[in-house]
Write a protein that binds this ligand. Structure first.
Ligand code: HEC
Length: 465
């Protein structure tokens, strides 16, 4: 019986949860939360509940906490302000929102490398192992893969799954979230051989180590990275070692896009147009600045800036139909976003956000503001997204047109079904296969996935319809 149940669990793992706009939020409880609770707990109940709970999560316990408070710790008692009916509604809503977090708590590690998704059977084919974090993956026209390891190394994986280290790549500061990050090839790679690498560049100054996101291009000759030339460096440098962003995308129209995080301490960098942090940048393939960039020639603004108000974008890809560039970015606690990158648009961080701070305190009480773009979709709780691809070609009929995103936090593949630019379904695929860092469509039509702890690269082999 136990085995049968396990089997059922493995074949029925593709869970559908519909987009949250038609969610279960009780408008009355929501309004009370906004009025009385949001100043300390943030605007969204769903963000508040994603915390380490201290006083219990049953409805009775929550009613007790709200009623009597934890006054010494700064949580007021609400018994003289709210009716017991209002407190009851609030507690009920909190319990419902907790179930929304629980949907990501998948029970066990997979027992097999075969997964089912609708009518498709998918096999994880291990292509390479022994990485710290396979951060960036791209495929060469001859089928070999280039894979960066955050530890600072670039590898070529040949058709026999041999892993060959490519020497002389730029020296990265492999600390925190830094290291050798994304890799991409030029759209005319066959003719010109250009390979692009993003990484955490660093310098020693005034007794401290300072880092930033930088982009180089070079060529691979034998097992060496040669003709290496820096084509972009984000300014200013900071002492923090996180939020590098760092995805590279070519749009096939001559532009190269690079995402850069706001570097995680001075959030306001993202709102400034006179620095390169918290932005998606657009440039030509050699780093020249396009004249139709929003701040071209408007010194002292960031000349490569294409969008701003971005927190830490670790997903960037081209929509194969509309040819627009799609981005996702990590929210703080809650509020990861999917956006379409548009010339000169401000995506709002940190002025607006659906998330709250890691310590549970609000960052802003605004999630919308005139002049700031709303995300296409946001995640509460945060799934911690990294890597993103649209499924193209005919190898995965049931997934065709889906947008797939790696989840670092919940160790699965998030598959988003879209109708134009509207998210209509969210599916959870490949449950518990590991902290998913990278997702890429290969030129051969296969999906490639990189996971951490342990660091491995998989090819997804489909069968069935
Ligand atoms: C003035 C700030 C403040 C306001 C306003 C506030 N809270 Fe709190 N709340 C806190 C603090 C601080 C804690 C954490 C207490 C602790 O850690 O001991 C807390 C804890 C809680 C907890 C317990 C969480 C756990 O870890 O067990 C609940 C439930 C809660 N608040 C609900 C509410 C609700 C509902 C409202 C609105 C009616 C509200 N709070 C308004 C500050 C506030």
């Amino acid at each position: 019986m136990k085995n049968i149940l396990l089997g059922l669990f493995l074949v029925s793992h593709s869970i559908i949860s519909f987009a949250k706009e038609n969610n279960v939020i009780d408008p009355k409880a929501d309004a009370i939360f906004t009025q009385y609770c949001s100043s300390c707990h943030g605007e969204k109940i769903e963000a508040f509940v994603d915390r380490k709970w201290k006083y219990g999560t049953s409805k009775t316990e929550i009613i007790k906490t709200i009623t009597t408070g934890a006054v010494d710790a700064g949580m007021p008692s609400w018994k003289n302000t709210l009716s017991s009916k209002q407190i009851d509604n609030l507690a009920a809503q909190i319990v419902k929102s907790l179930a929304n977090v629980d949907q990501y708590k998948f029970s066990s590690k997979p027992k097999t490398n075969v997964f089912q998704s609708g009518t498709m059977t998918l096999k994880l084919d291990t292509v390479a192992t022994g990485f710290d974090s396979p951060w960036g993956i791209t495929q060469l026209p001859d089928g070999q893969l280039l894979v960066t390891d955050r530890s600072g190394k670039l590898y070529k994986i040949d058709q026999n799954k041999q892993k060959i280290e490519i020497k002389n790549t730029p020296k990265a500061l492999s600390k925190g979230q830094g290291g050798l990050l994304d890799v991409e090839i030029h759209p005319q790679y066959s003719a010109n051989g250009w390979v692009y690498l993003s990484y955490s560049k660093f310098k020693e100054e005034a007794g401290s180590t300072w880092t930033t996101t930088a982009l180089v291009r070079g060529k691979i000759v034998g097992d060496e990275f040669t003709e290496s030339k820096e084509i972009f460096e984000a300014n200013p440098y900071t002492k923090t070692t996180h939020h590098y962003g760092s995805r590279i995308v070519f749009d096939g129209k001559g532009y190269l896009y690079l995402s850069v995080g706001e570097r995680g301490k001075h959030f306001e960098y993202a709102q400034g147009t006179d620095n390169d942090l918290g932005k998606v940048h657009r440039m030509y393939d050699d780093g020249r600045i396009p004249e139709d960039n929003p701040f071209y020639g408007k010194s002292p603004n960031s000349q490569t800036l294409f969008t701003y108000g971005n927190r830490n974008p670790q997903g960037l890809t081209q929509n194969p139909v509309t040819k627009e560039i799609w981005e996702h970015e990590h929210g703080p606690r809650g509020g990861d976003e999917i956006n379409i990158v548009k010339n000169g648009v401000n995506y709002g961080w940190p002025t607006i956000s659906y998330g709250i701070n890691y310590d549970g305190k609000p960052i802003t009480n605004l999630s919308k503001k005139e002049g700031m773009e709303q995300p296409l979709h946001y995640y509460l709780p945060s799934i911690a997204p990294s890597g993103m691809a649209f499924i193209t070609g005919d190898k995965y009929p049931a997934w065709k047109g889906s947008l797939v995103i790696g989840s670092l936090r919940f160790n699965y593949l998030e598959r988003v079904v879209l109708k134009d630019t509207k998210v209509i379904e969210n599916h959870k695929e490949l449950l518990n296969i590991g902290r998913m860092r990278s997702v890429k469509m290969g030129q051969d039509g296969y999906i490639y996935i990189g996971v951490e702890n342990p660091g491995m690269v998989f090819r997804l082999l489909p069968s069935g319809k």
